[in-house]
Design a binder for this molecule. Structure first.
Ligand code: FAD
Ligand code: DLZ
Ligand code: SF4
Length: 505
């Protein structure tokens, strides 16, 4: 008999570990364990989402005839760890073999490896075929390339999947319509609202548990509106395609005070735990283009994020771990400012991004990259501290996708493997893409002094202090020309302003 361990982000009925298994000769094991909920102190909503989705999945497996051992967090004897629960299940069932789909995170893969070595138990690890690009395909793509640019990888994925392809050529004559996706949003636009799912009894039980056991974790637990099963996630997907997708592209980079979601899909949670299949989701989005429901810039933009960025960061993660976690190209050491947890800051943009992160366990890409990420980059926070924050606070955060985005894309800690230049920006960019500055105690137009937007002087401080590392980057050449063309006095004003702000941080 086989014991099949299913992790909390493997909630797909077609998961490879179940494929071909004989229901009568298999025991499925799913476990809620304290170790997973606390190795970083996850947002309350994230824990509730995971546990509720796991419990719903166990119910659906049982209804399909699988024998499932489901260990709840508060069950008697729960050891609190994957390995402890694996050991207990082996004592209970005396299986011949343990089987699982490869864990998505290096940390858990290592746990399983060491357990296998120490016990000598037979473990079969199946490939996770919910991704379009396997580890070996990614390694083949990497071979012989000097630069690992996402754009080229993405084109391979378009060819492989046939999405938006016409006789071997990209539909619309171009691979990428990102240039059309930079509009700033206005508050008088019609804003779609996310589909809210009312908690059912399973979710309500989990909410009580999280309230009781994780009250000291970051974030608001309620209102809790996430889907926690496949049917709910499919409804959220259909709602996105019907009401939101047509404007997804136009406002992809926009930010508006009070608008937490804009035209984003809110599907990362569901795809990352297996409630939605990424490829199927992309096919449905593609169909919206062919039926003339959504324009090409929106459809191509969404598909690029999923089969491009999402697959690409996973490839980088598995290619570069475990060393990737230790990268710190800019050699930064500052601890994460306390207001990342409290939201108490006079900077309206930061306050807004952190407040909604606390309320929802969600912020959209540009908030993550150009507000909270940009600020940490400019002030020089230790990239590992930034990583741990992102991993804890977002409901869609799993290390394989979060780490390359944070350490690589946002903090440039990998020295440019993922992004060709640091995503550093002054207040001007934030003002162009949002209306945050209208209600800020700082003045985005002032460059230095107590009233000036801190991002302005911090930007030049960042440029100056990293000159040795960044000056030779061709994409930074213009920035350094501008900096070096400034008068000594002007440079000094910027640096003095920044140092004063940093001293008080
Ligand atoms: P949409 O804007 O609607 O995009 C559609 C889909 O594209 C997303 O659901 C997601 O699956 C995919 N996608 C978009 N951008 C990326 C990207 N850069 N990498 C991978 N997939 C992408 N995404 C996560 O899923 N988990 C994370 O932990 C995570 N951490 C991030 C940390 C930082 C610092 C940054 C800058 C980005 C991070 N992202 C992460 C990527 C991106 O911000 C989220 O995928 C997105 O905001 C999720 O919201 P959405 O579903 O509304 O996305
Ligand atoms: C995120 C998470 C949390 C909070 N709790 C659990 C859990 O109790 N049991 C579980 O199987 N998975 C959990 N997860 C998701 C895991 O961290 C995720 O499955 C790992 O990334 C596997 O590599
Ligand atoms: Fe943010 Fe500066 Fe604008 Fe204030 S003025 S919201 S700190 S960018």
């Amino acid at each position: 008999m086989d014991l099949i361990l299913i992790f909390g982000d493997q909630l797909s009925p077609s998961i490879s570990s179940l494929e071909g298994a004989d229901k009568d000769k298999v025991r499925v094991l799913m476990v809620e364990v304290m170790e997973e909920a606390t190795y970083v102190r996850h947002h309350k909503k994230k824990i509730a989402f995971l546990f509720s989705a796991m419990r719903h999945f166990a119910v659906s497996l049982r209804s399909l005839g699988w024998n499932v051992d489901y260990v709840k967090l508060d069950d008697d004897g729960n050891t609190g760890s994957f390995i402890g629960e694996l050991d207990r299940a082996i004592l209970r069932h005396q299986p011949d073999r343990v089987r699982m789909t490869e864990p998505s995170e290096w940390r858990v893969r290592e746990l399983v490896n060491s357990w296998q070595i120490s016990t000598g138990f037979a473990v079969e690890i199946c490939e996770d075929d919910r991704f379009i690009c396997s580890h070996s395909e990614f390694e083949t793509w990497v071979k012989g390339r000097k630069q690992l640019r996402m754009e080229y990888f993405y084109r391979e994925m378009r060819k492989k999947t046939g999405l938006l392809m016409d006789a071997g050529k990209p539909v619309g004559g171009k691979w990428n319509f990102d240039a059309d996706n930079r509009k700033s949003a206005r508050s008088d636009l019609f804003m779609p609202k996310p589909l809210e799912i009312h908690p059912d009894p399973i979710t309500q039980d989990v909410l009580s548990l999280v309230k009781k056991r994780f009250s000291d974790h970051f974030g608001a637990l309620e209102p809790f509106w996430f889907a926690t099963n496949r049917t709910g996630a499919e409804k959220a997907r259909d709602h996105f395609i019907r009401d939101v997708l047509p404007a997804f592209g136009n406002y992809q980079d926009a930010m508006l005070a009070g608008e937490k979601f804009l035209y984003h899909s809110l599907l990362s949670f569901y795809m990352n735990v297996g409630l939605l299949d990424p490829l199927e989701t992309c096919k449905r989005v593609e169909a919206a283009y062919y039926s003339e429901h959504a324009p090409l810039n929106a459809v191509e933009g969404f598909i690029r994020q999923v089969i491009g960025w999402r697959e690409y960061v996973r490839g980088i993660y598995w290619l570069k771990m475990p060393d990737y976690l230790e990268q710190n190209f800019l050699e930064t050491v500052r601890p994460l400012p306390e207001f990342y947890w409290t939201g108490q800051t006079d900077m309206a943009c930061m306050r807004e991004a952190i407040a909604q992160t606390r309320e929802e366990g969600y912020a959209h890409h540009i908030q993550r990259l150009m507000i909270t990420g940009n600020f940490a980059l400019l002030v020089g926070v230790d990239p590992k501290a930034v990583h741990e924050w992102y991993l804890a606070v977002y409901a869609d955060a799993f290390e394989w996708v979060e780490l390359p985005n944070t350490l690589g894309m946002s903090q440039y800690a990998d020295g440019g493997l993922l992004g060709s230049k640091p995503y550093a920006a002054s207040g001007n960019y934030i003002n162009k893409m949002s209306n945050y500055c209208e209600n800020c105690r700082f003045d985005v137009k002032q460059k230095t002094g107590d009233q000036a937007c801190p991002f302005n002087s911090l930007y030049w401080h960042f440029v100056d202090r990293n000159a040795e590392k960044l000056r030779t980057n061709p994409r930074m050449a213009q920035v350094y020309r501008t900096w070096e063309g400034m008068s000594r006095d002007k440079q000094k004003d910027y640096l003095d302003s920044a140092v004063k702000f940093l001293d008080e941080l």
